[in-house]
Design a protein around this ligand. Structure first.
Ligand code: ATP
Ligand code: MG
Ligand code: MG
Ligand code: MG
Length: 576
């Protein structure tokens, strides 16, 4: 590639709404251009890196026996209704109607469509195991798209789905994908950690996230530096909650229990709330005197297990929660937890409850009944723009750092991470719901045992930059750099010698299979160097008349910046 023909467009300053370094550098290097919130053009420079990530993923998945397919971005509601997720997905799923008034969604993921493929195509145990994957556009209407491609609304994901005869075989498929993911992230050149993640309703220990270590990560990882133990934020929360539960217990024991014995029931709820999705609510219970005057109000952090809606909680439908509880007022909460008006981030929790201002307890309850639950229940990434985010990592750190690790091999530490991949054993949740079965060896129909495996292709680009940059720009891991080598011709317009030598070296490297760009723009060296340092090309060769007189060219790597004088013939050996 010649720079004069390539679309190279760098910026001195990043747009003012860019928040994190990867986003700023991708915009400045001309890799992406914003079209709308969380929606980007992938420009030629950016697409080159994206394609390299895709190629590595493809290569490793093909090698692992997976098969590439492409499933539609636009998916019919009927399939999503079969699993009940049409109603469950919430506003993250973008929905629309076609001209015949039929419902469709933009795919946020593809379990339904791939299960539909399986039930039509896989009839016998002889066809198993199978793993279908795609590298495809996803759309998730994230409440707060940010950080450029790291949390986009439209983004590229590799999603794979395995189909097996039984749980044991599904375990082998899972292990195969786990190992494949390690190879993929090793080849890309990322510093990462595979961490245990919550398996939710499925249970078991087969869910892992692949987290790229970076201070700007939205996730937190709890790990033990002296062993293999590592868990993600949700499990970390569970740990933090255990500590919180200890405190809550003490408080519960001190409270006089009215006839309905609900406090003890809340304690039970606190216990069961730890191993799965947890929602937190703040409730208050009042102690009254003989005349019915409130003499003391106790606030409860109520952790509700599973998928109960706030309305259910409010209506007392959850076992153990009686009528002597009410939702706490904002003032009570602010006083008790010492938090900022408008939001509550209870001890060690990433999922705060938003407290609606200027509503009394009574009409807050009304509000909850009538309101969209989304408006009330906020998650960690959805903080209002007007308020700083709580440092949930610090919160959890207070609670768990230095505690003994669950494997007993050391103490826990915390670091931030970016989730770039996720492997998940699904069991027969989807195959059962969609009646996807095959005939087993005994001639009887069985539901497939499934697994799903995602990689955030475009997020990887951002994560790699978060990990590899300096004040001048990006420092690419060579495997995903838009170009591996740049040859800068100094005095291009004036010197035929420079043009000849640079072009000759360019042709030599190209025919050796090296991804090289020749800077033939006739720019001043300072301009060329600033561009390529910003873009982050790993190897730079500078060719000018002065060096050529001694038969030398200048060679420099982006990472260490050391300059070496080399004969042109020796360059190839350095850059391979
Ligand atoms: P997150 O917790 O960051 O919202 P997720 O757990 O919802 O991610 P998965 O459903 O596990 O995401 O999807 C698989 C992968 O897709 C993730 O590991 C991540 O790398 C990527 N991904 C998910 N959401 C986004 C997004 N909004 N923008 C870019 N990549 C994303
Ligand atoms: Mg998500
Ligand atoms: Mg996640
Ligand atoms: Mg995930």
């Amino acid at each position: 590639m010649r720079a004069s023909q390539f679309h190279l467009f760098t910026l001195k300053e990043a747009p003012s709404d860019a928040e994190v370094v990867s986003q700023k550098l991708m915009l400045r290097a001309g890799m992406i251009r914003k079209v709308a919130a969380g929606i980007y053009n992938y420009m030629p420079m950016g697409l080159r890196s994206i394609r390299k990530v895709e190629a590595i993923i493809r290569d490793e998945l093909d090698r692992a026996g997976a098969m590439e397919v492409v499933m539609p971005i636009v998916q019919p509601a009927e399939l999503w209704q079969e699993t009940g997720r049409w109603d469950k997905m919430g506003p993250e799923m973008l929905r629309f109607k076609d001209r015949h008034d039929r419902d469709f969604a933009m795919q946020p993921t593809s379990e339904e469509v791939v299960t539909d493929i399986a039930r039509q195509e896989l009839k016998s145990y002889r066809q198993l195991p199978k793993n279908f994957y795609q590298i495809q556009t996803k759309f998730r209407d994230e409440r707060r798209p940010r950080f450029g491609v790291m949390r986009g609304r439209e983004f590229v994901m590799k999603d794979a789905y395995s189909f097996d005869r039984d749980a044991e075989a599904a375990g082998r498929s899972y292990d195969n994908m786990y190992a494949t993911y390690c190879r993929i992230f090793d080849r890309i050149g990322l510093e990462y950690r595979a961490v245990a993640a919550d398996t939710g309703a499925i249970g078991g220990d087969r869910s892992h996230e692949f987290q790229v270590i970076a201070d700007t990560g939205e996730d937190a990882i709890v790990y033990c530096p002296d062993s293999d133990y590592a868990a993600n934020i949700e499990l970390a929360e569970a740990l933090a909650l255990q500590a919180v539960r200890g405190e809550a217990r003490v408080a519960l024991e001190k409270t006089p229990t009215p006839g309905k014995a609900t406090c003890a029931d809340v304690a039970d709820l606190l216990q069961v709330g730890l191993d799965t999705t947890v929602k937190s609510l703040v409730l208050a219970s009042d102690e009254t005197d003989d005349k019915g005057e409130v003499v003391k109000t106790t606030l409860w952090l109520l952790l509700v297990r599973g998928d109960h809606s706030l309305n259910e909680v409010k209506a007392g439908k959850i076992e153990g929660l009686g009528s002597d509880f009410r939702f706490a007022t904002e003032t009570e909460i602010i006083e008790h937890f010492g938090c900022k008006p408008g939001y509550l981030g209870p001890i060690g929790l990433r999922k705060p409850v938003r407290v609606v201002a200027d509503r009394s307890v009574a009409n807050m309850a009304d509000f909850i009944c009538g309101a969209n639950e989304e408006d009330f229940h906020y998650t960690g990434v959805n903080w209002g723009r007007d308020l700083p985010e709580p440092d949930f990592v610090a919160d959890i750190r207070n609670v768990v750092e230095g505690d003994p690790s669950p494997d007993g091999k050391g103490v826990l530490a915390i670091q931030r991470g970016i989730e770039v991949g996720h492997v998940f054993y699904l069991g027969n949740k989807y195959s059962k719901a969609m009646n996807a079965s095959f005939l087993d060896i005994d001639g009887k129909p069985k539901h497939f045992e499934m697994g799903c495996y995602g990689i955030g292709v475009t997020r990887i680009i951002g994560a790699a930059i978060e990990q590899n940059h300096d004040e001048r720009g990006i420092i690419w891991p060579a495997a995903i750099a838009p170009f591996e080598v740049v040859i800068c011709g100094v005095g291009w317009g004036k010197s035929e010698l420079v043009r000849d030598e640079a072009t000759r070296l360019y042709e030599t490297l190209k025919s050796a299979g090296i991804d090289v760009i020749l800077d033939d723009r006739d720019e001043r060296p300072g301009v060329m160097f600033a561009d390529w340092e910003l873009i982050g090309v790993p190897h730079r060769v500078t060719i000018g008349d002065r060096g050529l007189k001694e038969g030398m060219v200048e060679y420099q790597t982006r990472r260490d910046g050391e300059q070496h004088k080399l004969a042109p013939a020796d360059i190839a050996a350095h850059v391979i």
